[in-house]
Design a protein around this ligand. Sequence first.
Ligand code: BG6
Length: 477
Amino acid sequence: MPQKPDNCTIVIFGAHSDLAARKLFPALYELALWGKLPDEYRIVGVGRAALSHEEFRSKVQEKMAGLFPEAIRNKEAFAAFSARLFYVRADFADREGYDLLHEELMEGSGESGTSRNLLFYLATPPALAPVIVRNLQLAGLGENNASPGSWRKIIVEKPYGSNLQTARELNSVIGEAFNEERIFRIDHYLGKETVQNIMVFRFSNGIFEPLWNRQNIANVAITIAEEFGIRDRGAFYEEAGLLRDIVQNHALQLLASVAMEPPVDFSAESVRDEKAKLLRSIRHFNPESAPQTIVLGQYEGYRTEKNVASDSTVETFAAIKFFVDNWRWKDVPFYVKAGKNLAETVTEIVITFKCPPQNYFGPAESCSYTANQVILRIQPEETIAIKFGAKRPGEAVITDPVYMKFDYKTSFAAVGATPYHRLLLDAMAGEQMNFIRQDSVEYSWAIVDAIRDAVKGQSPEPYPVHSWGPESVQGIY
Ligand code: BG6
């Protein structure tokens, strides 16, 4: 059994955020329930509302009762968890609040030893991150104020900055307060079992990797589709748009995992070296290549969503044809398609292999009909399927596509852990592999900035709700 993390305090900035309510508190509570948190821990929420510790506890309980009623049915366990919740009121831009936080962290912890190790979690909009980190540093809460043998770490939610320039600025501000090995840039996709399995699938099996290259693969298609719209995140979406919300992080991380070279070893740095190298190899976009490689869309009705401008040109859909300019992948298209309010909720990576040199069997379109594929379904089903052609029973020799399938659900007992369970534990333990390193963040922004520049001034094309995006997507295939 892995060791328990050191006793520590987890400090959540944005304690009233949707993310905190939906993901962080439930994950922390369940980790406590499963005995995975340290023996002594405290969770300090930081927010603008004036609340006592007790009021804060009631609020967390209220939200959890609404979202996950069954989670808090065990009243005793929830009470024990709730007693470890504390609250500090702070205006993020105001120094004073950080002195109060310092006081709460150092003095409120009593004999528990939880003030020695601090894990800050920024569940706040990207523009607030620099000011929070500067103030932490000024209030003596940065890493260089930690006593020997203790630690201070910071988890920063995506989007990390809003373009290359702001990401660099943020890297430099955070770099003054924390060393790179204490900075955890989170992309929750990297905490998904099926995403972590991409590398295992590729590098623990001998039969796929020899084929995993431009000689054998015709194209790779990555889809991140959601059947629902922006929900109540109008203000966020107007700032971010889908390119920043999904492509810069989730989509490019999937692309990096499926296309990276084998790492020297299975250490965080070796794996992240290969991902960074891959992202650096992605061909950049320009206005000349844009019409054949980029389609942005906006679902019909987006402009009437709450907190959305009536003439908004923010994209809620993107289809992009990427190329990876290296020896393995030169000229193999990587089609990335992501969007809100699409026909289905599904995330998958489909690797389509080239046809055999001769088509002996019918039907005439046999190759595209039965082309070999490896289909890595990330969610909602957690499966891997291999598609191949088989003879249709009967006198004529005609091939039909058939599938061999592995399903997590039937092959393994359900674990119940979500990405946030895993990534919170990883950060407490100092395990960096599934967090994004500074160089990768910057390469990803450089790509997304180039995409945005290449289509500057163009409005996204409207598409009907529950479709597969604008019709012009066909044009980039
Ligand atoms: C988040 C995005 O990072 O990921 C959301 O901000 C998106 O827009 C979500 O809906 C998807 O994550 P998951 O794990 O629910 O598929």
